[in-house]
Write a protein that binds this ligand. Structure first.
Ligand code: 7RM
Length: 647
């Protein structure tokens, strides 16, 4: 057990474990009172009349928060701070170029947001319309999100590493009539051809996208299609510096964010305005113990939920100074993060275990040659952190002086659910520790019974609702009900397996479904499989996770080739198929290992035995279990031999 550090506890919002326990007890005894109080951290045009409502009817799920309330997320993240702290830096943009920073004050942020909002309005965007954003980590991304929020448009941000096809699917599913992109992205000294990818995606959706708004990040010329494409800087220069904020209902959508599930295409998780923003602000302040003078850096990409909640909405709602980091942890070398910390005086730093592992393996010197004396709190998110990596983060990066917060949550939860509080919770490396106030995790056995007590395991579910909870899947409420609320009625199903230890601490042990967590990014095995079988070379494919030192989980694909491709050079086929996945989904989905196999282990009813494929992928050949029930056990032998031979 790693005790809480006195220096951190002394100034913390919650400074003892007793205080945390009292707050927690209060939150579950009187949730309405507790959340009503939390909602007061926002500025409401009209105060909510009710805290929480749940409608019950056979076969569906419907809950809402802060009914009757009216507010605007951009107003809360920007305008209301201008009077109090107009000259305070809202966003520090850390450019890809080493040592180059741009500070944007709350006053300037308001003007930039208004200008972009006016540009969107001028192009016909109205309340409820969807705007797709395909931008790298540049300030215009923040301006555009907040501009959407300001006029009541729903943003759908697509990570700039996704392919044209992934972008197209998301534009189409959301029905976005405007796409905001950049001529190019810049990351780790390399350019990313965003406009070219956007053109491909937009051309493939017919005339759905009426306007493409292009940010000029680099000097590179790109073709602009007359009547469709416009430059943001030219349009913005013509617009006023003010723009009225729409009065949004608490339950009006704020954004859609696509995330992978175990089956089918990624689902558009929908978050609403009042509950989400309350929850993002509340958790950001509590978990990171944010104070007025903090310099807060979450180095995730805004294309993922972590960036939505903990680079933009949470920090800005709290009037904090937040960093937008455009580069990568290893560019130009493994000191990059700590150089960022020293250059800006970062006090709170939030990243993923995969990034920590990538840096750790290159040696301590990259860290120890930097000062890092400004740091107080170090966070992680996205996947379980190995206890050894936790210790290294604590001892080497944090010099033994920082609090570590291992934060468990999901796209669907809107914000952090299980995490230590830096001034209150003694830590156990590898455990996300205890639930935040207002959150009731339960472990449910496979029969649907709550597993009580400590030193137990089960399917991690959440009892009751919380304000940041996703309300639906865009365009498919039946899928929302089916995926999250059907297997164990009455609970929200997280899809994670979990252990609650003898002290009541939670340990996430992995997914219970076919979702992989690759470098902290969620990927469905079904998505990768469908990208593979879309190629003429592949007759059938099965994808599983495999242990990976840096990524946590790597992608292992097994493919059966079509006759015409069977005789081709193996290495070439493998290259072609890896490239296929990269082109269909994006680089993050590229298989780490791809094997061409003569067959797949199947039951006599034709079901692929993924359990066996996972064991082989992990090189646990002696532990394959019973294979006698397979339709053709000899396939397994062949695959094992080839795997051992590195084929
Ligand atoms: C924020 C985010 C969610 C999945 C989740 C888990 C895994 C996230 C942790 C973690 C262990 C953690 N959203 N996960 N945080 N596992 N410890 N601290 O990652 O929707 O992209 O992924 O990530 O499996 O279900 S996400």
């Amino acid at each position: 057990m790693e005790p809480v550090k006195d220096a951190i506890a002394k100034r913390a919002h919650v400074g003892t474990i007793g205080q945390y326990r009292a707050l927690y007890a209060q939150s579950v005894e009187d949730p309405a009172g507790f959340w009503a109080k939390q909602a007061k951290r926002l500025d409401w045009f009209v105060d909510p009349l009710v805290v929480r409502e749940e409608e019950e009817a056979e076969g569906t799920v419907d809950f809402s928060w802060f009914g009757g309330g009216k507010l605007n997320a951009a107003w809360n993240c920007v305008d209301r701070h201008v009077a109090e702290r107009g000259d305070k830096t809202a966003i520090i943009w850390a450019k890809d170029e080493v040592g180059e920073y741009e500070h944007i004050s709350y006053r300037r942020l308001k003007q930039e947001v208004c200008r972009v909002a006016n540009v969107l309005r001028a192009h016909g965007v109205r309340k409820g319309d969807r705007v797709c954003i395909y931008l790298p980590m540049i300030p215009e991304l923040a301006f555009t999100m907040l501009a959407c929020a300001r006029i009541g448009a729903i943003h759908s941000i697509v990570f700039a590493g996704f392919s044209a096809e992934s972008l197209k699917d998301r534009i189409e599913d959301a029905g976005a009539k405007v796409l905001v992109t950049a001529n190019e992205g810049l990351r780790g000294g390399k350019t990313i051809p965003l406009k070219a990818t956007s053109d491909k995606a937009v051309d493939a959706v017919g005339d759905l996208v009426e306007t493409m708004i292009v940010v000029r990040r680099t000097e590179t010329e790109v073709p602009m299609k007359a009547g469709r494409d416009v430059w943001l800087h030219e349009e913005a220069a013509r617009q006023r510096l003010s723009c009225p904020a729409e009065w949004m209902d608490a339950e009006d959508p704020l954004y859609i964010l696509y995330t992978s599930g175990s089956t089918g295409k990624p689902k558009g998780v929908l978050h609403t305005t009042g509950g989400y923003l309350t929850y993002a602000a509340f958790t950001h302040e509590l978990v990171f113990d944010v104070h007025e003078d903090d310099i807060y850096a979450c180095v995730a990409d805004i294309g993922w939920v972590t960036g939505h909640s903990y680079i933009i909405y949470g920090p800005l709602a709290n009037g904090a100074t937040t960093v937008m980091f455009e580069s990568t942890p290893l560019y130009p070398d493994a000191s990059r993060y700590w150089r960022l910390v020293d250059d800006l005086g970062v006090t709170i730093f939030y990243t993923a275990p995969t990034a920590i592992r990538a840096i750790e393996r290159l040696g301590d010197e990259w860290v120890t040659k930097t000062s890092r004396k400004s740091l107080r709190i170090l966070g992680t998110v996205g996947e379980p952190i190995n206890p050894g990596v936790w210790q290294w983060y604590h001892d080497v990066v944090g010099n033994g002086k920082c609090a570590i917060v291992d934060t468990w949550w999901q796209t669907e939860t809107g914000g952090i659910m299980i995490s230590p509080l830096p001034g209150a919770t003694p830590c156990k490396p590898g455990s996300a520790t205890l639930p935040l106030p207002g959150i009731q995790p339960v472990l449910v056995d496979d029969e649907g019974n709550e597993v009580e007590g400590n030193d137990v395991r089960g399917n991690l579910c959440i009892k009751g609702s919380w304000p940041g909870q996703a309300r639906t899947i865009w365009g498919d409420h039946a899928r929302f009900v089916d995926v999250y609320f059907t297997r164990f009625p009455g609970y929200y199903l997280t899809g994670d397996a979990c252990r609650r230890d003898e002290d009541g601490y939670y340990w996430i042990t992995g997914r219970i479904d076919d979702v992989l967590n690759v470098s902290g990014h969620r990927l469905g095995t079904a998505e990768v499989e469908s990208a593979l079988v879309a190629h003429q070379a592949v007759a059938e494919a099965a994808v599983v996770g495999m242990p990976h030192d840096v990524k946590g989980t790597g992608i292992h694909a097994y493919c059966i080739c079509t006759p015409a491709w069977e005789e081709k050079d193996r290495a070439e086929v493998i290259d072609v198929l890896k490239k296929q996945v990269r082109e269909v989904i994006g680089a993050i989905a590229t298989p780490d290992r791809l094997m061409v196999v003569p067959g797949l282990p199947k039951t006599r009813s034709g079901k692929i035995m993924r359990r066996i494929l996972r064991k082989i992928a992990a090189a646990e050949y002696d532990d394959l279990g019973d294979i006698t029930t397979l339709a053709d056990p000899s396939v397994v032998e062949k695959i094992v031999d080839d795997h051992k031979a590195g084929k």
